[in-house]
Design a protein around this ligand. Structure first.
Ligand code: HEM
Length: 147
């Protein structure tokens, strides 16, 4: 079971983080150069269809993996336990990612134009950096970098 969980978790990570790196490094520079909100909206709507399920898989498999490492859920937010600390960092990253996504969806995207393109660009850069930190924090469960 552990093998399938970690496989699904890593596949989800490749889609989520890889997709955001492509968006930030390949799509976004052209969008800004050409001042083309349309190009950005096209990528967003295509990526949304695989990015959202990938994030959902991350959350479900992440919760199951955390439960496997630390079956007592009441300890998950205990900052004195090194494993709980890494799990808590994952939750903080998730909260920041959700806040940025909600702000983009409700405030920025409905009025996306050449004027607020940089507002959207900053959201994309922030979510991409968070997605990379997600992977570093995930790997640190094995390497102990954050213990
Ligand atoms: C609520 C969300 C999440 C939780 C609770 C969570 C939890 C975990 C746990 C417990 C592990 C360690 C598994 C083990 O070694 O037994 C792990 C590993 C990992 N996570 Fe997450 N995770 C979450 C989201 C994410 C996201 C969004 C990404 C990347 C986009 C990610 C990337 C990774 C990676 C790369 C590993 C390393 C796998 C390995 O050691 O082989 N995680 N995660």
């Amino acid at each position: 079971m552990y093998g399938y969980l970690i496989l699904a978790h890593i596949l989800g990570a490749t889609v989520w983080t890889g997709g955001h790196i492509v968006l930030a490094l390949a799509v976004l520079p052209r969008v800004l150069k050409e001042k083309s909100p349309q190009r950005l909206l096209e990528f967003e709507s295509a990526f949304e269809r695989i990015g959202k399920p990938a994030m959902l898989i991350q959350i479900v498999t992440g919760l199951l993996l955390a439960h496997r490492l630390l079956p007592d859920i009441s300890l998950w937010l205990d900052w004195s336990n090194p494993i709980s600390r890494v799990i808590a960092i994952k939750f903080i990253l998730l909260t920041l990612t959700i806040l940025l996504a909600v702000d983009a969806k409700l405030r920025v995207l409905p009025k996306l134009s050449q004027q607020n393109l940089w507002d959207m660009a900053l959201h994309i850069i922030a979510v991409t950096l968070l997605s990379i930190i997600f992977v570093i924090v995930g790997v640190s469960f094995k390497t102990g970098w954050l213990y």
